[in-house]
Design a protein around this ligand. Structure first.
Ligand SMILES: [Zn+2]
Length: 530
């Protein structure tokens, strides 16, 4: 990569080298003399070691250099001339804002994964695991370094959504049974736990910001510290990448506190460095009179706080100034670097993105989601997925299909009288009602799908793993309905209870070892009801 020639001529033909494995980046001044010098060095290296450099596979990227010198520089090296973006260590490298096409390799990689999976053999829970573990995993690397544009996230989400609901790269609104926003909520909040890439991207970039502040050993962090003020991220480092990091600074400041040393890396107004509140929150009137609110602690204390303020203060601001000056009189800076602390960091100072992600997604805000207990039940994953749809009233019964205009009519095929809603099908349709009665259940008239877990438990049914027992029943009723609707099967009550017994026997292997005898208890219950 050639850089703009320096105006000073006293340089000694040096160049910076970044090398990782076999990916080498050489940065040198865009002058013929420097390029010839580099070529001689490389030739000598080849002669001495016998390692030949393949110039045909190398590229030269001119950057703000004299166009007249360019042809000779390229001819000297004998490599191809290219522009930005360049791929270095798998990341798109550019001095300008990256276009969406720069991220195509990542989208193509997603497509390759999707094409290689036999999606039709996977149930939705299997596909969920692949999305979380593989599709999202391969994006972590780029999301740790670069803010993905919303357009790229939309393209990837389209593929993830299609794969989840149809096993294909595409889906229509009719295929998506639950809104994508809901799907991306955590399970404890009623979602499916599919990762929200935009939020995950923010978490990973916060980790990058944190490394700038605490990365004692990182030469990259040391280089950043030389070129920018960490308190405000203002300085020599410009461009869209730094703007995106700068936009995350308020969030980073909100999740960290600082023990001030030299005060260089701490924002006077925005960081929490005195007590447990940032000064802009504690002294809002005074802060509103500040001409430049982005100074570091060191800069503010050396320039004097009053020099940052407008000349006329309101009575309230003057009062706050007196209090703040009194507090600052006790502050003494040292030569040590500022130290960052965060409740999201471990003892080694590493930021944990999982906890941050949970915070940003508001996990726990409605942790009483009715589906919570079913995720923890011993039902097979595909039945847990069914339970998730069930409590959201999104299983593909006729009322739901008619509502989305997929079917013209929503009449229940089993009784031919009522609309086939989730609750009707599983609790109030003639067959379902007799099924629950046979098992000794008394279904409340105001039964709702979201309250399915609160179905009153008959005394003879054990309390342990009651969630799993309810799912055995609902799953068997659903399978019976599908058998009748799609395969014209007939299943009597006795046959359905036998089916429940088979399921209970199979599922009991999934119970904890100490509770596996419960399977026999359930089988007895179904036998007695026949
Ligand atoms: Zn019915």
């Amino acid at each position: 990569m050639f850089c703009k020639p320096s105006s000073s001529k006293n340089h000694s033909a040096t160049c910076s080298v970044l090398q990782y494995a076999d990916d080498t980046l050489l940065l040198l001044r865009g002058e013929v003399e420097d390029v010839q010098h580099l070529k001689r060095l490389l030739d000598q290296f080849s002669a001495a070691t016998g390692l030949l450099i393949n110039y045909h596979k190398s590229t030269a990227v001119p950057l703000h250099m004299d166009a007249r010198a360019l042809p000779q520089c390229i001819a000297t090296l004998g490599c191809r001339q290219e522009g930005f973006p360049q791929t270095y260590l798998g990341l798109p490298l550019s001095c300008e804002k990256l276009k969406l096409t720069a991220f195509d390799p990542y989208i193509c990689k997603t497509d390759r994964y999707l094409a290689s999976w036999q999606a039709s053999f996977l149930n939705p829970m299997g596909r969920t695991v692949l999305i979380n573990a593989v599709l999202d995993g391969h994006l972590s690397y780029i999301m740790m370094s670069v803010a993905l544009p919303p357009g790229v996230i939309a393209k990837i989400d389209k593929r993830r959504r299609g794969f989840l609901w149809t096993g294909d790269g595409e889906s229509t609104g009719a295929n998506c049974l639950i809104a994508w926003d809901r799907v991306r909520q955590w399970r404890s909040n009623g979602g499916l736990g599919i990762r929200d890439l935009a939020v995950q991207n923010i978490c990973l970039l916060l980790k990058l910001l944190h490394r700038m502040h605490v990365g004692e050993q990182s030469s990259w962090a040391a280089w950043v510290r030389q070129h920018t003020c960490l308190a405000t991220l203002s300085g020599d480092l410009q461009g869209p990448h730094w703007e995106s990091l700068r936009s995350l600074l308020p969030l980073y400041q909100a999740i960290t506190t600082v023990t001030v040393g030299d005060g260089q890396a701490t924002s006077f107004w925005q960081d929490v460095w005195l007590n447990d509140e940032c000064l802009s929150d504690r002294f809002p009137a005074l802060h509103s009179h500040c001409k430049r609110g982005d100074k570091s602690v060191a800069a503010t204390l050396s320039d004097g706080l009053r020099n940052q303020l407008v000349s006329r203060l309101t009575a309230e601001a003057a009062e706050e100034l007196a209090v703040l000056e009194n507090i600052l009189s006790d502050v003494a800076l040292s030569d040590a670097r500022d130290t960052r602390h965060s409740p999201f960091a471990d003892a080694d100072g590493k930021l944990h993105t999982a906890d941050l992600y949970a915070l940003l997604k508001g996990v726990g805000a409605s942790s009483g989601s009715p589906v919570n207990h079913f995720w923890g039940s011993c039902a097979p994953p595909r039945v847990q997925f069914f339970a998730w749809l069930l409590v959201h009233e999104r299983i593909q019964c006729k009322a739901n299909l008619a509502r989305r205009k997929i079917l013209p009519d929503d009449t229940c095929e089993l009784c031919g009288r009522c609309p086939e809603t989730v609750v009707h099908l599983l609790f109030f349709c003639d067959f379902a009602a007799s099924f629950w009665r046979a098992l000794g259940f008394d279904i409340p008239a105001d039964m709702e799908a979201k309250n399915i877990r609160d179905l009153p438990r008959p005394i003879h049914i054990g309390k342990m793993h009651y969630d799993t027992f309810i799912l055995v029943c609902c799953w068997s009723l659903w399978k019976r309905r599908n058998g009748i609707t799609f395969r014209q099967e007939t299943m009597t009550l006795r046959q359905t209870l036998q089916e429940c017994k088979r399921e209970a026997k199979a599922w009991s292997c999934r119970l904890p070892c100490t509770d596996q005898s419960l399977g026999d208890h359930w089988c007895n219950l179904f036998s007695l009801a026949m």
